[in-house]
Design a binder for this molecule. Structure first.
Ligand code: WTA
Length: 662
């Protein structure tokens, strides 16, 4: 399992408690603790109330929930929320706000990495989204069609997503840091008709070659009919190779687009989007989120967890290519009519104070980022935040990986100046919205713990047999009741959805995470228990890396594990055996690392690759990854008696220690 017992004990022995200030509590959106009780007493009634409060329905639902546990051989839908309800996500995020004073409110305050700025009011957003929806329609996009979006962090990205939602097309956003091959696979699996991309984007002063990657990917994407290209301006438009009859400029299409486009009336259970996540096998999983429940979940949690008020300036630093950006840059905040800051580039460009410069410039009130970013800021030192006035911040959030208490306290002290609650939010692409998190006006905080499930959500820590673990003992995190924003199935692969989430503990959702509850019922998240590693908050499947490595002509066998890393949480480390006729040398190491980058993207680059004459295996031929992890993390080797050849592992250990000079 994820963590050794001594580490868990050290975590739980943290004595530090941090209470919300009386002032914060008093003004908080939610400050009455009876809400937890209310939600568990009548869970469907609770969600009915939330759905009415947070979402505008064209037709109200007839029933809150119907579900049957997903079982092998059965087909979706297994979960139906707000049955019979009709709504449109874009209407909720845009149209309803132009009908009141928010029409002139800033929806998106955008800053490009080079320092260019754009502000879109809700009215501006309404206009752009309608026009782009008409563009999509004019290209033949209909309800249920898939549209892949591969863009940098520029306003056209949320505009394209909302335009899809408006006409009932299913968007499939692919992170701009993914390679051509990763893009190709996601386009093909979703069978998208349209690709929306850009000439490129800016990252640390360099160009991210999105159009070039797209052209590469599209050599093998038979379903794509048209490519819409935003001119971000990283290169002169005349230098962008446009394929005749296939590629169209966004700005040209928009010049001619009609201004008005009605919202499609969607059923609660109609798909809103697909988003791919790494799984335990090589093939990425297309999580399918649907309109009604998803919107209810993200709208409610945005307002409650971030204590969002109308006058706030809210900034989530994630990329929209990940679920955090979908839920907490686009749908959640915009459904609440919030003002969202969006930044294109790197935190250290031109200098390491860029984030704090942005906070000061726009007077950001709510700031949401990842533990990796926080640990990086910690390493860079306090001088960077100290250069700026951060007094506008009143709430801090973190997501994506376990946060160690030191990083939590550093964030609280040096960014929040000990004034601001820190909400550590646990959730997943699958869950759609935050599940375990403090409510900042109620919860006593413990640095390093995501605290408790929010009202309306139910989690438990169980042992192998599904029995609740006693306090302080580590187990598997499961969710014991359905929730509105849950992923409904995997695109094109319902059987895998059942296998991955619903067979380990039948009737309950298995998260794949390890956790422990303390004496106060607080949850401490301890990382993954499967073959997924978390690199800077990005999920990467070790099986996927292994299958890529063995495709390289030099590699016979490969095992990949996640090694603990002070900044990134984990990094991938590969152990490979090579074929006859190839030489083990530094050049091959570099080549293999680049090979992985080419196939997935820079986030998956192995930190290290080791050559070995054999991989440690059990007599039944299973690679003992646990032992490889012991080696990579410098621990004494666990039980080696089941190995066919215990010498192999000793040899590896020696090699590892030589490289790291232990
Ligand atoms: C991990 C990101 C500890 C966890 C929203 C989960 C966390 C996976 C936290 C989902 C947290 C996310 N504390 N671990 N606050 N938040 N995780 O799908 O292992 O990219 O299963 O969703 O990240 O990653 P995903």
């Amino acid at each position: 399992m994820a963590m050794v017992a001594s580490t868990v004990e050290a975590l739980l022995s943290q004595e530090r408690l941090i209470e919300p200030s009386a002032e914060f509590r008093e003004r908080a959106v939610v400050n009455d603790p009876s809400i937890y009780e209310e939600a568990s007493r009548d869970f469907e009634g609770f969600w009915a109330k939330i759905a009415e409060e947070f979402v505008t329905w064209f037709r109200k639902w007839d029933k809150v929930l119907e579900w049957t546990p997903p079982q092998p051989g059965t087909q979706p839908p297994w979960f139906k929320w707000f049955i019979g309800g009709r709504l449109n996500a874009c209407y909720n995020c845009v149209d309803r706000h132009v009908r009141n004073w928010r029409r002139t409110k800033a929806a998106i305050i955008w800053e490009g990495e080079p320092g260019d700025e754009r502000v879109l009011t809700y009215q501006d957003l309404h206009r752009e989204v309608q026009k782009f929806a008409n563009v999509l329609k004019s290209l033949g996009v209909k309800k249920g069609d898939r549209v892949t979006i591969y863009l940098p962090m520029i306003p056209e990205l949320p505009i394209a997503m909302l335009a899809c939602a408006r006409i009932g097309a299913i968007h499939n956003v692919v992170f701009g840091g993914f390679s051509a091959e990763a893009l190709r696979d996601r386009i093909n699996d979703s069978q998208s008709k349209i690709l929306i991309t850009a000439d490129g984007g800016w990252r640390r002063g360099n160009i991210v070659p999105l159009k070039r990657n797209s052209d590469e990917a599209l050599k093998e994407c038979p379903t794509i009919e048209k490519v819409i290209v935003v001119h971000r301006g990283v290169m002169d438009a005349t230098h962008v190779p446009m394929v005749n009859g296939r590629d169209l400029w966004w700005h040209r299409l928009m010049e001619k687009a009609k201004l008005e486009c009605p919202c499609e009336e969607m059923d609660s259970e109609d798909p809103l989007y697909i988003l791919y996540t790494s799984g335990t096998t090589g093939k990425p999983k297309g999580q399918l989120h649907v309109t009604g429940g998803y919107l209810v979940g993200v709208a409610m949690t945005t307002k409650w967890v971030f204590d969002l008020k109308d006058e706030d300036i809210y900034w989530c630093t994630a990329d929209i290519g990940w679920v955090t950006g979908h839920s907490y840059i686009v749908y959640g905040p915009l459904a609440n009519g919030a003002t969202v800051v969006m930044y294109e580039g790197a935190p250290d460009y031109p200098d390491r104070d860029r984030f704090w410069a942005i906070v000061e410039k726009y007077r950001v009130n709510i700031f949401y980022t990842s533990p990796t970013a926080i640990r990086t800021f910690m390493k860079w030192g306090e001088e960077y935040p100290r250069r700026h006035d951060l007094s506008s911040i009143r709430l801090l959030g973190t997501v994506g990986e376990p946060i160690n208490p030191e990083a939590w306290l550093w964030y609280w002290e040096h960014i929040g100046e000990k004034r601001c609650p820190v909400v550590d939010t646990w959730w997943q692409t699958e869950t759609g919205c935050i599940i375990i998190s403090p409510l900042p006006g109620i919860t006593t905080l413990k640095p390093g713990s995501a605290t408790k499930p929010l009202p309306g959500f139910f989690a438990e820590v169980v042992d192998e047999n599904g029995n609740p673990c006693s306090e302080g003992s580590q187990g598997y995190l499961i969710l014991t009741k359905p929730w509105p924003s849950m992923s409904r199935t995997l695109w094109g692969d319902p059987e895998r959805y059942i296998q991955t989430y619903w067979t380990r503990f039948p009737g309950f959702y298995f998260t794949g995470d390890a956790s422990v509850k303390d004496k106060d019922g607080y949850f401490w998240l301890l990382g993954r228990v499967d073959d997924v590693i978390n690199v800077s908050g990005h999920r990467i499947s070790t099986m996927e890396l292994e299958s890529i490595l063995v495709e390289h002509p030099a590699v016979a066998e490969a095992a990949v594990i996640g090694r603990k890393d002070e900044i990134k949480g984990q990094v991938p480390v590969g152990f490979v055996t090579i074929r006859e006729g190839f030489t083990q040398n530094e050049q091959l190491v570099q080549e293999l690392k680049e090979y992985v980058v080419k196939r997935i993207g820079p986030i998956a680059r192995p930190a290290d690759i080791f050559f070995t004459s054999e991989l440690p295996k059990t007599r039944s031929g299973k690679i003992m990854r646990r032992l490889l992890r012991d080696i990579a993390e410098g621990r004494a080797l666990g039980d080696t008696t089941t190995l066919t050849d215990p010498e192999v592992i000793q040899h590896l250990k020696q090699m590892y220690e030589e490289r790291y000079g232990e």
